[in-house]
Ligand binder design. Structure first.
Ligand code: ATP
Length: 316
């Protein structure tokens, strides 16, 4: 597969504050990429530069071999083959679902527009809601209308800024699952920004960890989880313990620590909390400066002495 998006050595400052440093990566057609980083790390600025809504100071962005330039070079910033979805998507309240989608492609010949709307309603599982108004829809259904609208004119690239951050926590998993299914079926290339590692792991083919405007790591979620190249990248995808074994510092995920009566290392339980599927257990041990977190299938007593093994590939 060829690279649809190429970002080459992009730098960006606001006054004397450099927010992006030599950003360089490619996105293959059909890939879903998540840009993950702390607040202020430069995620939205990077997304806006890719979409032509912000000027880079240096560097190049191309999408399908077309050079993307920002507002300094375009009277109307943005490109018709790149669509944005944000958490604040706006549906027209006095238009039905069908008419909201139609508003994006009203310049199509009527029969083409009707066919496309039919396809999108099916894809986004909204066929039965075609004549409903936004106020008659659930949050997830409204989100799917926003996605249908973003896909309507068949963009090459979809840019999504924190698309799931406004969702109710209880509904987030389901809605996120529905959206990713739609995006996969549509075979659209997606770059989305999030600060939530679960979004990244549940959706992305590859994750870009942005630290203070620098790319800390780009890889699959699995690889970053198992082999992070820095403590910043490691902590972003989930809790991690830093231990010292044979004089060597290593990072170990909680699920890589197994309590066993003949375990190699010793510890003492300081806290144990029931979490549904398992207990979160905290231990003190000679091999760690801070308490160690692990998951265990049954309750342990505070003060109880335990032995444990590390089932690790090392995370340094
Ligand atoms: N138009 C602007 N003018 C001046 N500074 C800006 C502008 N836009 C962003 N910044 C600054 O650039 C830095 C990066 O902002 P950006 O919004 O890209 O970060 P982010 O990672 O998306 O953060 P968040 O997760 O909070 O949205 C921040 O320090 C922000 O204050």
């Amino acid at each position: 597969m060829s690279a649809l998006v190429q970002i080459q050595h992009v730098n960006k400052s606001f006054k004397d504050h450099q927010v992006l440093h030599d950003i360089h990566f490619e996105v293959t057609e059909g890939e879903i990429i998540c840009i993950l980083g702390e607040s202020g790390s430069g995620k939205s600025t990077l997304l806006r530069i890719i979409g032509g809504l912000e000027d880079a100071d240096q560097g190049d962005v191309t999408v399908d071999d077309e050079t993307i330039t920002g507002p300094a070079n375009n009277l109307v910033p943005g490109y018709d083959f790149i669509n944005f979805v944000t958490q604040h998507f706006k549906l027209e309240q006095f238009r039905t679902v069908r008419d909201n989608i139609y508003s994006v492609i009203s310049y199509y010949a009527q029969s083409d527009a009707d066919d496309r709307i039919h396809e999108l309603l099916e894809l986004c599982k909204l066929s039965e809601k075609a004549e409903a108004y936004p106020r008659e829809l659930s949050g997830g259904q409204q989100q799917r209308v926003a996605i249908a609208m973003a896909l309507a004119d068949e963009p090459f690239l979809l840019l999504m800024d924190e698309p799931f951050s406004n969702l109710d926590v209880n509904m987030k998993t389901q809605i996120r699952g529905e959206i990713v299914e739609i995006l996969r079926k549509a075979e659209v290339t997606v770059i989305f920004v999030s600060h939530d590692p679960v979004d990244a792991m549940a959706i992305a083919d590859r994750v870009i960890i942005l630290e203070d405007g620098h790319i800390a790591q780009i890889d699959t979620p699995q690889k970053i989880y198992q082999e992070p190249t820095s403590p910043y990248a490691a902590k972003f995808l989930g809790p991690i313990n830093y231990l010292k074994v044979d004089g060597k510092p290593i990072g170990v995920r909680p699920e890589q620590i197994k309590i066993h009566k003949e375990g190699e290392h010793e510890g003492k339980v300081t806290k144990c909390i029931f979490m549904g599927m398992h207990y979160h257990v905290w231990l003190t041990s000679d091999i760690a400066d801070k308490t160690i977190l692990l998951y265990h299938s049954s309750a342990l007593n505070i003060g109880q002495a335990v032995h444990f093994n590390l089932m690790t590939t090392e995370i340094t």
